[in-house]
Design a protein around this ligand. Structure first.
Ligand SMILES: Cc1ncc(COP(=O)(O)O)c(C=O)c1O
Length: 417
């Protein structure tokens, strides 16, 4: 199948050099691991290369033409990200990745200022979180004497919202929740959670590492205070991520990392800091990475985020159908595409996930195996580990069929099922 409903997938695939590779006995690469990191199109690679070749200088520093161009590239990327999310450029902080963006908020909330978390305050997360949106909050609680609470997941892999109102109390300072699970694909009702949190005076952070690459995200419509994601999962380069923060909150936050480029006045006795977003971006910024991320946003905008979401929904529906038909395969998480994105984790009776992954790899099919940095979620679902396929703009229905055939082959190979 070449043209799939909403996207011209063959045209998309032609932009991704990695997808022309032959792997393991000259088999075509079937890349089903975009949840870990996406492949990169030539448009992004060209933007990174051109930034280094033509405009290489330290942004915000040089008083020369190249410095000006580097600054324009970097600030242009900020503007592009702001429009992509329906935010103001001053609300976009570039970080290293989603993990650093979440840590930035968790550290700011334990630093001095009106947002400082106090002993006895509460932080609410969920059992569904990636460790990046879990461990920083545990550490914040250790630093401040706050209590960590969490919403459970249902056996179907949805968030259990029955006790949402009682779990958010007058002492809850922030609710940190995933906007799309990297294991089950579950899309929790973040807007509803944000409304409930705000009613009790709590802040809300959405971990959007798995949502911004795959669906339209409007921070105003979601009503979140903070949102974090990484460029490398959305066709962009490694080493750059984004923290969206509401302007008045960023204004009230102390810096996380300190040094050059984020100061106003420095004396031996002490320093003052620039307003956001510069306050949170110490050191020479990642100009080429920002240019690559801007090119990734252009690429996704040209496809249309609704088309991206629709394409992945059709692949996910196909995968759920195909895997359900295989005896001995259990899908973790919702078994329909309602409020569910394109991450399909599963276990195969009698075959360890690493063995499934290895057999699939021999067939040229790249998937992820293990706990996918969501150990508590796996425990809650009663499994040690799983095999996970994740889909993106360049995947085809033929590749979903190849996955299903590969799983059957693994069962035969290990005489299971
Ligand atoms: C849901 C979720 N949150 C956070 C992260 C962390 O992203 P990064 O490693 O790019 O910081 C990931 C990465 O897999 C993720 O899937």
């Amino acid at each position: 199948m070449s043209t799939l409903g909403h996207l011209d997938v063959e045209a998309v695939r032609a932009d991704f050099p990695a997808l022309t590779r032959k792997v393991r006995n000259h088999r075509p690469l079937v890349y089903l691991d975009s949840g870990a990191t996406s492949q990169k199109p030539v448009q992004v690679l060209d933007a990174v290369r051109s930034a280094y070749e033509q405009h290489n200088a330290a942004a915000h520093r040089g008083t020369h033409l190249l410095g000006e161009e580097a600054t324009d590239l970097y600030e242009g990327a900020r503007g592009k990200l702001a429009s992509f999310l329906n935010a103001d450029p001053g609300e976009i902080v570039f970080t290293k990745n989603a993990t650093e963006a979440i840590n930035l908020v968790a550290y700011a909330l334990s630093g001095p200022g009106r947002l400082q978390v106090q002993p006895g305050d509460e932080i609410l997360i969920t059992e569904m979180e990636h460790h990046a949106n879990l461990v920083p909050w545990q550490q914040l609680c250790e630093r401040t004497g706050a209590t960590l609470r969490w919403l459970d997941v249902t056996p179907e892999g949805r968030l259990d919202l029955d006790h949402l109102d009682s779990m958010i109390t007058g002492r809850t300072r922030i609710v940190a929740v995933t906007h799309q699970s990297n294991v089950t694909g579950t899309i929790p009702p973040v807007a509803e959670i944000a409304r409930a949190a705000h009613e009790k005076g709590s802040l809300v952070l959405a971990d959007a590492a798995q949502s911004v690459p795959h669906q339209p995200v409007d921070v105003a419509a979601l009503g979140v205070d903070f949102l974090a994601f990484s460029a490398h999962k959305m066709l962009g380069p490694y080493g750059i991520g984004v923290l969206f923060g509401r302007a008045e909150l960023l204004e009230a936050m102390p810096p996380f990392l300190t040094g050059g480029s984020m100061i106003e006045v420095v004396r031996m006795e002490g320093s003052t800091f620039l307003p956001p977003p510069q306050r949170f971006e110490p050191g020479v910024p990642p100009i080429a990475e920002a240019a690559g991320l801007a090119a990734a946003v252009d690429y996704l905008n040209a496809l249309g985020m609704s088309n991206v979401a629709a394409h992945e929904e059709s692949l996910t529906a196909h995968a759920l159908d195909a895997l359900r038909e295989i005896d001995g395969v259990r899908i973790l998480g919702p078994d329909t595409t309602k409020d569910r994105g394109g991450a399909v984790a599963f276990e195969v009776d009698g075959v360890h996930p690493h063995d499934v992954g290895q057999v699939l790899d021999e067939l040229g099919i790249a998937v992820r195996t293990g706990h996918h940095c969501a150990w508590p979620l796996h425990r809650a679902l009663g499994v040690q580990a799983s095999t996970r396929a994740t889909f993106y703009v360049y995947n085809t229905h033929d590749e979903v069929d190849a996955l299903a055939a590969g799983i059957r082959y693994a069962q035969r190979f290990f005489r299971a099922g």
